[in-house]
Design a protein around this ligand. Structure first.
Ligand code: ZN
Length: 143
């Protein structure tokens, strides 16, 4: 897809794929089940071309507290600004270092954008919600 044209036409696209297909995610997952769904919308944000990206997934991770697999719901929404070239990217970033900006290429790999967002939204230390670990099984393991 041509991202600048996509934002100018306020394009929108959505889709999903299996988490098992994401090679870069393989080491993080405790199981092959689960899907990623995404929605990508082109827009002008503060007068600049940008992509609004929504990513949701339900990966199975290993809880760092009880070492059991569990399903961790992910929900990530971000705005990615599209610079026309490297000079513009540097100028924008110097004004706002926290800005998420990439150089718009003639053909953009949507799948790669979604995978990047997914990897960034993974928890550093995955764990069950407080009190949700299976305490009895830990006790049995300690005996
Ligand atoms: Zn746990």
């Amino acid at each position: 897809m041509d991202p600048i044209r996509f934002t100018r036409e306020a394009g929108c696209l959505a889709g999903e794929f299996a988490l098992a297909e994401v090679g870069r995610l393989r080491d993080e997952l405790a199981g092959d089940q689960g899907v990623v769904t995404y929605r990508l919308a082109g827009a002008l944000v503060r007068g600049r071309p940008a992509l609004r990206l929504l990513v949701e997934a339900d990966p199975t991770l290993i809880c760092q507290r009880c070492l059991k697999p569990y399903v961790h719901p992910l929900h990530s929404e971000g705005v990615i600004f599209l610079a026309h070239n490297a000079a513009e990217l540097e100028r924008w970033e110097s004004h706002d270092p926290l800005m998420d900006v990439i150089v718009a290429e003639a053909h953009m790999d949507v799948r790669m954008l979604v995978e990047d967002e997914l990897l960034l939204s993974l928890p550093v230390a995955p764990r069950h919600e407080e009190g949700a670990c299976q305490q009895t099984e830990i006790a049995q393991g300690a005996n």
